[in-house]
Write a protein that binds this ligand. Sequence first.
Ligand code: UD1
Length: 420
Amino acid sequence: MEERLIINGGRKLQGKIKVDGAKNAFLPIMAGTVLCDGQIELENYCDLEDLNSMRVILKTLGIDSETSNRSLYIDTKNVKNEKITHDLTQKVRASIFMLGPLLGRFRSAVVAYPGGCKIGARPIDLHLKAFRTLGARIVEKHGYIYCFGENLKAGDVFFDFPSVGATESLMMCACLLDGETTLKNVAREPEIVDLQNFLNVMGANVSGAGTDCIKIVGVKKMHGGKFAVMPDRIVAGTYLLATAVCGGDVLVEGARVKDNESLVSFLKQTACQIETFNDKIRLKVSKRLSSIEKIETRPFPFFPTDLQSQMMVLQSVSKGVCLMQENLFENRFGVVPELKKMGADIVIKDRTALVKGVEKLYGANVFASDLRAGASLVMAGMKAEGYTTVHNVEFIDRGYEKIEEKYSLLGADIKRIEIE
Ligand code: UD1
């Protein structure tokens, strides 16, 4: 059975839309439950394929979970150390997050190499190097990473690059180590602050997240508790960019300005009307927007790679020329050939795209190459003249819950169909 989205484009977006919990905060937090003893409630849960895959991984470790009323209830009383096999890790790249907490709690971990969206080579050397710095012995063979932690100790780690995943892995690994661990040159993404807050609610002693240095003072034991996971800043940004592309007037609830400052500042340059509140952003667009001269993706607080494809759609229909540079992932221009089928004027050289805005996009059969590219094609379809069919919807479902229902509420004409 294959699912597709059929979009009849050309409608403006109008109304209110609420953002759910962040996938990229949920994933490390769910891995972090391995460190805890007890019952955990995570609020703002949404039904995403990546989160379901993570629940299956937790289940193999004896951790049961169930959902009710937008909360995920996790019971860690029977947690045990098990090998995380290839069939589990291929479905979700965040399976790599299991190494840190397993190593920290059980002093050993075996995890198959992770899968996930094909947006680049995505090495994990920074994670492994940091575990080694704390004394872990690591053997890579037959597609598996074997970590042995008999000599694991709290200590100082310096990251050569502020990797989000490596920062989170090491934060979790250090929570139960005796003594003080300092992580330097870490990533500063809001999801890292959320992970810190979660770990502390469960009894850990972590500080500094959101800056480039994180300190973890080891504790003997962590417990259960309740935690509200932050709203998804990338989903919020996607809705804002969709409104900028299609025109209209949309209030995005759960769009925290502090998480999306670079996007808001770019949008302000396009002459749209933007009103910001603490956790809401309203965007009104009544005419064709102007292009932004240059956009570069970089670690937080700069413009996120996870919004680059969606921003590419906006630049494709804006007035003027934009130079976009992707600095994080080498294969992240997967949306470009599909946008060109719809009439976009984009030239790529290496990691740079020159986007000349066109007056119109035209509906076409297009194929999502990854999660964010998929979300971007939906936006392009909603703007285009005529019908667009988006294939490979399973990519979109990894990070956006029932995207067709969300946009339909804003007035878009979009349906999901199943093909035998
Ligand atoms: C996380 C996000 C992802 C987002 C990315 C960058 C999750 C689950 N995923 O991914 O959506 O696009 O941050 O904001 O939170 N690198 C190495 N070696 C490593 C690790 C990373 O060279 O060991 C490189 C990567 O190839 C990339 C850069 O560092 O070029 C940033 O990657 P990283 O911050 O680690 O991203 P992820 O944690 O994989």
